[in-house]
Design a protein around this ligand. Structure first.
Ligand code: GLA
Length: 732
């Protein structure tokens, strides 16, 4: 049993494979957080929580004789604003009389097999036998407002998911001014926060900072999870590394505004909260209405960051992504974007596809520019019908030609957007997010459709499905090329405008759900100017996401390194493009570009016809190599062997689940004259088994390769790369 309740003590304990999580109802009815960390024998750990009479940390009225008891110093399971907890809070409720306070008192609990679901929101899923749910109900002391805390437990993966429902059980309306998903109070400091920041074309750069006094806050108020900060963080011991130390991953299964905040409080305890960003957020609840927060997925590791990533990868592959392509081999693709941008004809696309076919590409993707009036980024978005000037035989005709080459066919769409210069805007100017009497902020000349509107979603479903019905489409790239601003929805009354950003996200999810449900054989790829919406929310709908608009192999190493902390390799869209690279001007070898793209979904983004015969032959070999190692790369365990942000060599490794095969990639980021020897310590092999390297004669013991290392050749040239294939030939 993963969840144990001691009713006499009102003690709730969750055990996963290596972690223990405990809560207890205090004598005054508050739900206290007791412990989250390395697995412990089952016992009441509440002796860890101590109080002492501290000045300026008040006491609930009932406890006035018990001055050490304070909501400001005791660890809280779900902290609320207004009643004396001055640390980062989760929930702020405004009542009809204008007061903003809530004091939550334990009411009841229930446990059931399987995992709770969140209607309209993406969430981790599991079979009845794979998970358990604990639901705890708390009620405000003075009103009928209730909070239901949800805990989903996937024991074998060390996963605890959290979400909550806020229910207005009063007879008057309330406002939620802040409604985060979770709070965790650690009775310690000396913890670091790893976060993943960036910008367009440079996403998920890992940053590590000590959590100290004062709030360390990351988040997004851009309407999407954003390039600038990813909704994923890791809290860990100061000295934690890849293979040692306590680590806690927190991944938000949501694609809109978010906040992750950590602080060390006055008595050196660490508080962490996560949820929808409160800025601009205000949710109105009529009596009997409820609000459901998105989910946060916690993963624990007592042995470093590597285990955090391995568990997230398994969890997201097996319990989040629903597409059949997560377990089926996905075709190697060629996308025309970098080759042509908007400037193509049907003939040109067919020629480019043929070039791909020559090297073994299996899927051709027509990117932006095929619809409405779309010769640049200034017009056409919203008009999801074929531009017959560019494609005289229609999308269906082109699809037929591509299929005629023996290839699959895919298209690009950007459903959430509208250009002012479009039929859609001329017919429905009221469909975009815009504030009356204000000129909106524009980006790429485009405005954002109000996805909270059912009529907008209906129009998008109809026009997109019309294309998918008439043309044989095997793949769709769903792009989103700006952030939200001027958020104001025409259908919402003034007192509900603070809901618009969240309702936008729910609308996007609803449309995605409808499309993927009705077109399950299509391979869907998420995108937002590259990786501006690379989050667990999108992965619930789409098995892969275009990782970055930066296709430079060397920059991509850091971007993919950061992305790998939470997201499985099979979800990382990655392509080989031309040199000099269009974003950086850097030249790297074809081998290095292929090595980096292979650590993702693998594809091309160039006109293959520009390559020499020799280079084409090399591409053929790369595609064969990728296909040969597909299972190890896409379904195996992934290990970061070096940190490319600080080291001169980037190295990473894939190992199948049994340790029978391994694929190791190495890229020289800085080569030197008269270079010292390098060795790397491998991971994940069977210590007592013998392995060959690249099918050579010599045998190496797994234990030695992991503890003493594997020799690397001296690397020469500009950003050289080398791949190694290890095979278990004899068990010890
Ligand atoms: C975004 C995407 C690119 C490409 C362009 C098309 O930037 O990330 O891959 O599709 O849009 O406009």
């Amino acid at each position: 049993m993963a969840i144990i309740v001691d009713e006499n003590k009102q003690l709730f304990t969750i055990h996963t494979k290596t972690s223990t999580y405990q809560m207890k109802v205090s004598e005054y009815g508050h739900l206290l957080h007791i412990y989250y960390g390395n697995k412990l024998e089952h016992m009441d750990l509440s002796y860890l929580v101590r109080g002492v009479n501290r000045g300026f940390s008040g006491t609930p009225y009932e406890a006035k004789e018990d001055r050490p008891y304070s909501l400001d110093t005791y660890p809280q399971e779900y902290s609320t604003y207004g009643v004396g907890d001055y640390r980062s809070t989760c929930l702020s409720v405004e009542h009809e009389d204008g007061s903003q306070a809530l004091e939550l008192i334990y009411e009841s609990y229930q446990i059931y097999d399987g995992k709770y679901k969140l209607e309209g929101l993406p969430a981790v899923w599991a079979k009845e036998t794979e998970a358990q749910t604990l639901e705890i109900t708390l009620k405000d002391k003075a009103t009928g407002v209730k909070v239901l805390l949800y805990y989903g437990v996937l024991e074998y993966l060390d996963v605890i998911t959290r979400a909550c429902k806020i229910y207005n059980g009063t007879s008057t309306p309330i406002y939620l001014n802040k409604a985060l998903s979770c709070c965790v109070d650690f009775l310690q400091n000396k913890m670091d926060l790893l976060s993943f920041h960036g910008r367009h074309a440079m996403e998920r750069v890992m940053q590590r900072k000590e959590i100290e006094h004062g709030k360390l806050s990351i988040g997004s108020i851009r309407g999407t999870s954003s390039h600038q900060q990813n909704p994923f963080v890791i809290l860990c011991d100061n000295n934690a590394g890849e293979t040692y130390g306590n680590c806690y991953g927190a991944s938000f299964v949501y694609s809109g505004n978010f906040l992750a905040e950590a602080e060390v409080d006055q008595i050196n305890h660490t508080r962490f909260v996560m949820g929808i960003h409160p800025e601009g957020f205000r949710y109105y609840l009529e009596p009997q209405e409820e609000f459901v927060t998105p989910e946060v997925v916690f993963v624990y590791s007592n042995s470093g960051l590597e285990q955090i990533s391995l568990k997230y990868h398994d969890l997201y592959r097996n319990h989040l992504i629903r597409s059949k392509f997560v377990h089926e081999r996905k075709p190697v693709l060629l996308n025309n974007w970098e080759a042509t941008e908007f400037h193509f004809t049907e003939e040109k696309l067919v020629e480019i596809a043929k070039g791909g076919k020559e090297i073994g590409v299996e899927l051709f993707v027509m990117d932006d520019g095929w619809f409405g009036k779309r010769d640049s980024d200034t017009s056409g978005l919203g008009d999801w019908f074929c531009n017959m000037e560019k494609l005289p035989s229609g999308v269906e005709g082109l699809a037929e030609k591509i299929h005629g080459l023996g290839m699959k066919f895919g298209i690009w769409i950007e459903p959430e957007m509208i250009s002012e210069d479009s039929n859609l805007y001329r017919n429905h100017p009221e469909w975009c997010l815009k504030i009356p009497n204000r000129t909106p902020n524009v980006e790429r000349y485009q405005l954002v459709l109000d996805m909270s509107r059912p009529d907008v979603r209906e129009y998008l479903y109809d026009s997109i499905s019309q294309i998918l019905e008439i043309a044989k489409v095997d793949y769709v790239k769903w792009d989103m090329n700006r952030n939200l601003s001027d958020v104001w929805s025409q259908l919402l009354p003034a007192n509900r405008q603070g809901e618009a950003s969240h309702r936008y996200v729910l609308g996007v999810y609803e449309l995605m759900e409808r499309l993927i449900t009705n077109y399950p054989n299509i391979l869907w790829e998420g995108c937002s100017g590259g990786g501006g919406r690379f989050d667990a929310g999108i992965l619930y709908y789409m098995p892969q996401i275009w990782c970055s608009d930066d296709t430079d192999a060397i920059e991509r190493i850091s971007i993919q390194y950061g992305t790998s902390f939470a997201y499985p390799i099979s979800s990382i869209g990655s392509h080989v493009s031309v040199v000099p690279n269009q974003q950086t001007g850097r030249t790297t070898t074809l081998d290095t570009r292929a090595t980096v793209a292979m650590s993702g979904t693998f594809g091309y983004e160039m006109d293959i016809r520009t390559l020499s015969e020799e280079e084409k032959e090399r591409c053929r070999q790369h595609i064969e190599q990728f296909k040969m190692h597909y299972n190890v790369i896409q379904y195996g365990d992934y290990y970061r062997l070096t940190n490319p942000l600080t080291e001169e060599i980037a190295a990473w490794q894939f190992v199948d689940k049994e340790g029978k095969e391994s694929f190791v990639s190495v890229v020289g980021l800085h080569v030197r004259a008269n270079a010292p020897f390098n060795r790397i310590l491998l991971r994940g092999l069977n210590p007592t088994s013998y392995y060959t390297i690249d099918n050579g004669e010599e045998l190496y013991l797994g234990d030695c390769l992991m503890k003493a290392g594997m020799n690397l050749p001296i690397l020469m040239g500009d950003y050289p790369s080398k791949n190694f294939y290890l095979k278990e030939v004899r068990k010890g």
